[in-house]
Design a protein around this ligand. Structure first.
Ligand code: MN
Length: 731
C-alpha cells in the first residue's frame, strides 16, 4: 500500500506549494473512517481511495481534488458527514465529496427506472464542479483495474456501463489514456476470448517487429537531427480494443506493423512540427489519403496533432503523429492537462483563456441543463452533447431505452424484450405509423406493434439491425424457425413411410431409439430427416430392428422383395428426402436453361454476379471479380445481366472457396475448422498442400449464407495467431 509520505511526494513533484498538512489530515481521516472495512479482494478498503488519489496525481490535479479522492467514499460508506468534512476540510472539498456521493447513490439506483432523472442528477453533479467528474473517472478506473475480485454477474454489468458511459465520457473530455484503459479493461471482461486472440496476435507481431521498431525510431531521429531538429521519437503500441473495433468495422485482419504500432514525433514548437512533416514527406513516399492536420483545425475536444503515413524503412507503412509536448499532454490528459483549477490561476479572464474546448462543452451542457424544465426536454438537448454516439427513446409507458446512434425500431424492439422483437410487425413513432427500419431520433416515443401470428422474424432483419443484441436474437430465432420447418418436413416424411409400411409410429417409441440414431431428441431426428441427413428408413430400422428397407428401383441395384408389411408404392423415390439440385435464386433468367455456379469458387449473395451462357449446357454464375471471366471477354453475346433474388425467409447456403495459410502446429487445422464451425459455416471440402516446413496452405470449400457471413468467417480466421493469411478464391 502506498504510504502517506509517498502520496505527498507525488503531489509535491508537480506542485511545490502543496498544502502537506491538508493532505496528511485527509489521509488519516479517510483511513480511520474506513477502519477495518475491506474490499472484495480482501485488501483494506482504504487502499481504494488511496489508489484513486494516486491516479489523479498522474493527472497533476490540485490539492482539493486529491483530498476529495481520498474522501470520496466516506459519506456514503462510513460515519462521516458532509458537515464534518466541511468543518475539517472546508466547504470546497465538502461540496466535491458530496457531489461524488450523489454519483455513487445514482449508480445504486435501479437502471431500468427513471433514467432521465438519473442522467440529470449525474450532470447536475458535474455542474457543481468538473473535478467531481475527474475523481469519478479515476474511481471507475481503479474499480475496473480490480474488477477480477467482483462476482461474475456484476462484473459484466460494470464493464458494460464503463464501455457505454465512462469511456466515451473520458474521450469526450479529451482524456485518451483514461479512455483507452477503460475500454481495454471492459473489453477483457466482456469478451475474454476476443481479447485473448487480439493480445496473442499483438504480442506475436510486436515480437516479430522488435528490431524494426528501434530501427524506425533511430532513422527518424537521425533524419531530424541532420536538419537541425531535436525531436523525441517513440513507437507506441495500439490498444487491443481499438484494434478489435477496427477489425469489426472494416472486416480486416491485422498483419502489418502499422496495424499495431504508431510512431509519435514530439517537437519543441509548432513550427518544427511542420518542418518535421516536410522532412518526412520528402524522405519517404507518402501513403495518399492519410494526411490530416489537426493542428490548424483542432478536434472538438481540443486535440491537436498532424497525422500522416509513409512507406518507411523496411518498406513498412509507418503511421506518424507529429505534435508539440503541450499538444501531446492535451491529447493524453485532455481537460485535466489544462489544470484550470490549479490554485495559482490569476484572474477569471486568465482562467477562461485556459479553458479548453472540452470544458466549453461541459459549460454549454450545464447551461442548457439549467434552462430546461422537464426530464424529456432535458434529454432532448443534453444527451446530444454528452452521449453523442447514442440515441435515447421512450416506450409508451415512459421507459427510457438507450441505443447506439443509427439504431432503428428493430433494435428498439429487441432492446425492450426478445419476444417483442420476434413478434414485431409494425410500429408507431410519436403516434405515427412508420417502417420498422426507421432510424430513431433522440426523444422518439416508439410503440412496437406485435402479432402472435409471427413466430420468427424475417432473416433479412439481421442485416437491418445494428445492435449485437438484436442481431443475435434474430439469428437465433430464424435458426430455430428453420429447424422447426425441417422438423415439420421430416415428420411428414417419417409419418408417410410408417403409414405406407403399416408400422406403428409413436414419439415415445422413437425416444427409446434415440441412442441408436445418435440424436438428442425426437425433434432433432425429424429435423435431420428433413435436411436429408438421415433417411426415414433409418428411423424405422432404429425403432423396429427387423425392418427391411424398401429398395428403390432407381439405384438399379438388385431388387429385393418389399417387406411383407409394406405395400409397394409407385412413388417410392418421393419417400426418400432428396437433396436434389437446388434452385439457384437468381433473377434475370428467362431462358429455362439449367443454371449452376462457377466451379472453383462459387458465388454468394452480396457478390455482384454475371451469367455466362454455354450453348448446350446452360448458364454459369460467376462473381464479377472472378478471373475466369477474362476468357469470355471477346464474346459479349454470352454475358447475361443477372441479379440475386434470395428468399429472405428461408436462408439457403451457397458455395464459396477460401485459401488459408497457417502455421504448422499441432491442432492448427482443428482450430481453423472450429472457427468455421463456430461461425455457422459448413465445410464441404478441405484440401491441403504443404508449402514449406513452417506453413500449410489449405483450400477450403465452404457453404455460407452470404457475403457478410463469409467475410465474418474470414475475419475471425485472420484474428487467429496460427493463421498467417486468408484469401477468398474466385475460380
Ligand atoms: Mn469508490
Amino acid at each position: 500500500m502506498m504510504r502517506q509520505y509517498d502520496l505527498v511526494e507525488r503531489v509535491r513533484s508537480y506542485n511545490p506549494d502543496t498544502n502537506e498538512d491538508l493532505l496528511n489530515r485527509a489521509y488519516v481521516y479517510a483511513m480511520k473512517a474506513h477502519g477495518s472495512q475491506t474490499r472484495a479482494s480482501g485488501d483494506p478498503y482504504f487502499t481504494h481511495p488511496l489508489e484513486v488519489a494516486a491516479i489523479l496525481t498522474d493527472l497533476k490535479l490540485d490539492d482539493a481534488t486529491i483530498v476529495a479522492a481520498l474522501l470520496h467514499d466516506t459519506i456514503e460508506d462510513t460515519e462521516a458527514t458532509r458537515a464534518e468534512i466541511d468543518r475539517f476540510f472546508g466547504p470546497e472539498i465538502g461540496a466535491l465529496v458530496e457531489g461524488l456521493t450523489k454519483l455513487k447513490r445514482l449508480e445504486l439506483v435501479s437502471r431500468e427506472a427513471k433514467q432521465a432523472e438519473n442522467l440529470r442528477k449525474l450532470l447536475l453533479a458535474i455542474a457543481d464542479d468538473v473535478r467531481v467528474l475527474l475523481v469519478k473517472l479515476a474511481d471507475r478506473l481503479h474499480n475496473m483495474r480490480t474488477l477480477e475480485f467482483v462476482p461474475e454477474a456484476s462484473r459484466r454489468r460494470i464493464a458494460e456501463e464503463t464501455l457505454d458511459i465512462y469511456a466515451p465520457l473520458a474521450g469526450r473530455m479529451g482524456m485518451q489514456e483514461m479512455r483507452e484503459e477503460l475500454e481495454d479493461l471492459s473489453f477483457r471482461t466482456l469478451d475474454p476470448q476476443a481479447y485473448g486472440v487480439v493480445m496473442q496476435r499483438l504480442d506475436a507481431l510486436a515480437d516479430r517487429n522488435r528490431n524494426l521498431i528501434g530501427e524506425i525510431e533511430s532513422q527518424l531521429s537521425r533524419k531530424f537531427r541532420d536538419h537541425g531538429l531535436t525531436a523525441r521519437v517513440f513507437g507506441r503500441r495500439k490498444r487491443p480494443f481499438s484494434i478489435w473495433t477496427k477489425m469489426e468495422r472494416k472486416s480486416i485482419g491485422f498483419e502489418q506493423l502499422s496495424d499495431i504500432f504508431g510512431f509519435r514525433v514530439i517537437m519543441p514548437d509548432l513550427e518544427s512540427c511542420y518542418r518535421a512533416l516536410g522532412i518526412v514527406h520528402t524522405t519517404w513516399p507518402v501513403v495518399p489519403g492519410r494526411f490530416k492536420d489537426y493542428i490548424s483545425t483542432p478536434k472538438q475536444n481540443d486535440y491537436r496533432s498532424i497525422h500522416t503515413t509513409v512507406i518507411g524503412p523496411g518498406k513498412q507503412r509507418v503511421e506518424l503523429q507529429i505534435r508539440t509536448e503541450d499538444m501531446d499532454q492535451i491529447a493524453e490528459l485532455g481537460i485535466a492537462a489544462h489544470a484550470f483549477y490549479k490554485d495559482d490561476v490569476a484572474s477569471p479572464t486568465e482562467r477562461l483563456k485556459r479553458e479548453s474546448n472540452a470544458f466549453a462543452w461541459l459549460r454549454h451542457t450545464i447551461g442548457i441543463l439549467s434552462e430546461s424544465a422537464n426530464p424529456e426536454e432535458f434529454l432532448e438537448h443534453t444527451k446530444l452533447e454528452l452521449f453523442h454516439d447514442q440515441v435515447f427513446c421512450f416506450t409508451p409507458k415512459g421507459k427510457l431505452i438507450a441505443l447506439p446512434r443509427h439504431a432503428n425500431v428493430i433494435d428498439f424492439a429487441y432492446a425492450v424484450h426478445t419476444d417483442v422483437g420476434n413478434s414485431a410487425v409494425g410500429c408507431k413513432i410519436n403516434g405515427k405509423f412508420a417502417a420498422l427500419s426507421s432510424e430513431l431520433q433522440n426523444g422518439d416515443e416508439v410503440e412496437v406493434l406485435t402479432s402472435d401470428a409471427q413466430s420468427a422474424p424475417p432473416s433479412a432483419w439481421e442485416t437491418l439491425a445494428i445492435t449485437g443484441k438484436a442481431r443475435a436474437a434474430i439469428r437465433r430465432a430464424t435458426r430455430t424457425a428453420v429447424r422447426d420447418q425441417y422438423a415439420g418436413l421430416g415428420r411428414r416424411i417419417v409419418e408417410r413411410l410408417f403409414e405406407r409400411t403399416k408400422l406403428e409410429y409413436a414419439d415415445d417409441k422413437l425416444k427409446g431409439a434415440l441412442p441408436r440414431l445418435a440424436r438428442a431428441s425426437v425433434e432433432d431426428v425429424m429435423a435431420a430427416v428433413g435436411r436429408g441427413e438421415i433417411k426415414a428408413s433409418d428411423v424405422a430400422r432404429a425403432m423396429y430392428p427387423d425392418y427391411k428397407e424398401e429398395r428403390v428401383v432407381r439405384y438399379g441395384a438388385k431388387k429385393t422383395a418389399a417387406p411383407a408389411t409394406a405395400a409397394k408404392s409407385p412413388t417410392t423415390p418421393a419417400t426418400e428426402p432428396h437433396r436434389g439440385p437446388f434452385a439457384i435464386p437468381i433473377s434475370g433468367l428467362n431462358s429455362g436453361l439449367p443454371v449452376k455456379f462457377a466451379p472453383n469458387g462459387g458465388a454468394v449473395p452480396g457478390d455482384r454476379i454475371v451469367g455466362i451462357v454455354t450453348p448446350g449446357e446452360g448458364i454459369t454464375i460467376y462473381p464479377i471479380q472472378s478471373p475466369a471471366l477474362k476468357d469470355f471477354e471477346d464474346e459479349p453475346e454470352r454475358w447475361l445481366d443477372v441479379r440475386w433474388d434470395v428468399d429472405e425467409t428461408s436462408p439457403q447456403r451457397f458455395p464459396a472457396r477460401i485459401r488459408v495459410e497457417n502455421v504448422n502446429e499441432p491442432g492448427s487445422l482443428a482450430q481453423v475448422a472450429t472457427v468455421i464451425a463456430e461461425h455457422d459455416g459448413n465445410i464441404d471440402n478441405i484440401s491441403m498442400s504443404r508449402r514449406s516446413p513452417d506453413f500449410t496452405e489449405l483450400t477450403i470449400d465452404l457453404e455460407v449464407y452470404d457475403l457478410k457471413h463469409l467475410s465474418a468467417i474470414i475475419n475471425q480466421l485472420r484474428a487467429k495467431t496460427i493463421v498467417a493469411r486468408v484469401d477468398r478464391v474466385n475460380g
